[in-house]
Design a protein around this ligand. Structure first.
Ligand code: F6R
Length: 250
């Protein structure tokens, strides 16, 4: 496990984008696992900038996203498909048919999940999976207590996640109660994992995930068992980990 400490959100984003662009340069047709949420926005912005400057091409890249709200159409402004289009896909040369996000309008969610597992397999697996982390240690929509052996599945959101995501909707009532999400097993099968975390409010979750016991109560703690994990975080997010004496790279 490598832990990189960045001064602030901007430098954290730049470093994460550097790691993703290195992956794309080394393997132009790589499979990127992508995340939504507030944290990776700066990373995507940096990648778009480098694409526009001609430093990077996504022409052969394939992508699979972690999750999607159940019941939201791809055109809904809070759907994760919409997020990916507006933050990344619409601004780079990735082929639309090579981008994959779970279908929130799937009539048969179980079949959608099974098809997504097969898709990941057919793509040859994920080369680099980008992750954010929730305050309770969730990754994708894998909440505390969820089984580590799950693949893509239908999830009922916890109250805490609904609260955290309310900021993106008009009201709490508008936040979908269910989602489709890759499981921990899909994430752990990725060849490399890159997690981005920012802010003092995540410091406790970072401490538990990376210096605490591996437990289902802190889903991200499972990453301690993965052979190739890079955590890129700002000083604030790493504050408690550093206090606890865990070595980090500057
Ligand atoms: C997003 C996702 C979520 C977020 C997490 C952190 O695809 O799967 O697990 O990574 O909720 O979100 P932010 O970055 O908004 O704090």
């Amino acid at each position: 496990m490598r832990i990189y400490q960045s001064e602030d959100y901007k430098s954290m984003s730049r470093r994460a984008a550097n790691i993703i662009s290195a992956q794309v340069i080394y393997k132009p047709d790589c499979v990127l696992g992508l995340a939504t949420g507030g944290t990776p926005v700066g990373t995507y912005k940096q990648l778009v900038d480098w694409y526009k400057e001609g430093d990077l091409s996504f022409a052969e890249v394939r992508s699979v996203n972690l999750d999607e709200y159940l019941g939201l159409s791809p055109h809904h402004e809070q759907s994760y498909r919409y997020f990916m289009q507006s933050n990344l896909f619409d601004h780079i040369d990735i082929k639309p048919e090579n981008t994959h996000v779970l279908n929130g309008l799937a009539k048969d969610p179980q079949a959608e999940c099974a098809a997504y597992n097969k898709l990941i397999q057919d793509l040859g697996g994920i080369d680099l999976q980008l992750l954010g982390m929730g305050h309770n240690g969730h990754i994708a929509f894998n909440e505390p207590g969820d089984d580590f052996g799950l693949e893509t599945h239908l999830v009922t959101l916890t109250d805490r996640t609904i609260d955290a995501n309310t900021r993106f909707f008009d009201s709490r009532d508008d936040v979908p109660r269910q989602a489709l999400s890759m499981g921990i097993k899909n994430i752990m099968n990725a060849r490399r994992i890159l997690m981005v975390v920012s802010g003092e409010d995540k410091a406790e979750a970072v401490l538990k995930a990376f210096a605490g016991p591996v437990t289902k109560e802190v889903p991200a703690s499972v990453l301690q068992l993965h052979p190739d994990v890079t955590l890129v975080a700002d000083k604030a997010a790493l504050s408690k980990l550093v206090e606890a004496g865990v070595p980090v790279c500057g």
